[in-house]
Write a protein that binds this ligand. Structure first.
Ligand code: 5AD
Length: 418
């Protein structure tokens, strides 16, 4: 989501980007507030630009994103070199704000949620990129007690289908072969009588689009209709990111996730039964207030049962103005760290084993470009979102190729072209 916003910011400004802040006319720090660490990182990176502003008083320095939304005008009093603060909803207003700062030398805070056209600015799309994100939803209506997103990104707005399709067509015309639809709870999308499953089929009608992915899904809104669409529409990839957050019903209830472990397993089992070779990834929080050793063991049990292909796990981080931040029985930080290590080690083994299981199989891979580690190799992904590297002298970017898997590692597979 933040990457998509950064691309939109680039487009909204419309001037070339430089990696050297010393050469910049405008510096924008786009931020994330999901955990305290990200929040602190944003604030400390702001400090880095103080000396630049001193040596170049015409430099415009702005902070955008969720930290900007969270702290608003407090940021201006904290950092005298900061010219503007702009929340994630207000990206369409960015160009106008920069102009005002440059001409009038005023300091501006724009954190309103009521922006007339919140999707107006399209993301910048680099030529030759085969894959792209496409936002179909902003904000979130769920009430997860640990989460700051509804506070900083506002209420859910679902983007109209015509608007989504015009961006999708633009991307396909630029050569994009795979679109990932994004939203905080992407499968809750609905608009004008249409449901998310309908949207997948509409996007799938674009001729030269090969693949559709979507993230992040909310378990409670994962319908049978959606499972059926994933099964019947060949363009929809066999992978979902479905954060479970905990394997304990007690903890899930305290998190207000609105489903039980049994409900989650039912969705996962239906997906695995209906769709061949289905890959499932997840997010888990450890050390949520009140989480006992028994609760944590329930999480380990769930991870062993589902065998997630990958799983991102985090130590609970209290966020301002969230209900969980004032809950009783906080978990000791060392205990939470220990739990995180145990969980990550378990998942590491599962991921490795799953990747090794692919050895000898032939995978259909959409080639995205050169491999990061070896320029004689190309890199692509399977429908299950596994990264595959393979040797090739030909430029196969954007092509679907069959790759025989020879080796499986922690984060990728290695193969040879057939
Ligand atoms: N503390 C730790 N992890 C969190 N996440 C969201 N809020 C918090 C928090 N306060 C995690 C969830 C979510 C992922 C994007 O970040 O697992 O799915």
């Amino acid at each position: 989501m933040n990457d998509y916003d950064s691309q939109r910011i680039k487009n909204a400004i419309g001037i070339p980007q430089t990696d050297d802040p010393g050469k910049a006319d405008i510096v924008i720090i786009n931020t994330c507030a999901i955990r305290e660490k990200a929040d602190q990182k944003a604030l400390s990176s702001l400090g880095k630009f103080k000396h630049l502003k001193k040596s170049n008083p015409n430099l415009v320095v702005g902070m955008t994103g969720c930290v900007a939304q969270l702290y608003g005008d407090k940021l201006l009093s904290k950092a005298s070199h900061l010219d503007f603060v702009l929340g994630p909803r207000a990206i369409p207003k960015l160009a106008e704000i920069i102009k005002d700062v440059e001409i009038e030398r005023t300091r501006i805070v724009e954190t309103s949620y009521d922006i007339e056209e919140p999707f107006e600015i399209l993301p910048y799309h680099e030529n030759e990129k085969v894959t792209s994100f496409l936002s179909i939803q902003q904000g979130c209506n769920k009430k997860c007690t640990y989460c700051i997103v509804p506070t900083v990104r506002g209420k859910e707005i679902n983007r109209p289908v015509e608007d989504i399709m015009s961006e999708a067509k633009y991307l396909v015309d630029k050569g994009v072969k795979e679109i990932t639809l994004i939203g905080q709870t992407v499968n809750s999308w609905k608009n004008d009588g249409l449901k998310f499953a309908d949207l997948l089929n509409i996007v799938g009608e674009l001729q030269s689009l090969e693949r559709i992915r979507f993230t992040t899904s909310y378990p409670r809104d994962f319908t049978k209709k959606l499972i059926n669409t994933m099964k019947t529409n060949p363009k929809v990839c066999s992978h979902i990111h479905l954060p479970v957050q905990s394997g304990s019903n007690e903890v899930l209830s305290n998190m207000k996730r609105t489903y039980t472990v049994e409900w989650y397993l039912d969705v996962v089992n239906s997906l695995k039964e209906e769709i061949k070779d289905m890959a499932i990834s997840s997010d888990i929080i450890v050390g949520f207030p009140g989480e006992t050793e028994y609760d944590f063991n329930q999480t380990l049990k769930l991870v062993e049962q589902v065998e997630f292909d990958t799983c991102f796990s985090f130590k609970y981080s209290p966020r301002p103005a969230t209900p969980a931040a004032v809950m009783e029985n906080p978990v000791d930080s060392d205990i939470a760290s220990r739990r995180l290590t145990i969980l990550q080690e378990l998942q590491r083994k599962i991921t490795c084993k799953k990747n090794e299981d692919r050895i000898g199989k032939v995978e259909k891979v959409l080639v995205e470009g050169k491999s990061k580690n070896d320029f004689n190799h190309l890199m692509g992904r399977t429908s299950q979102n596994r990264i595959v590297n393979f040797g090739s002298k030909e430029d196969l970017c954007g092509k679907l190729v069959n790759i025989k898997i020879n080796n499986g590692f922690q984060n990728s597979l290695l193969g040879s072209i057939l």
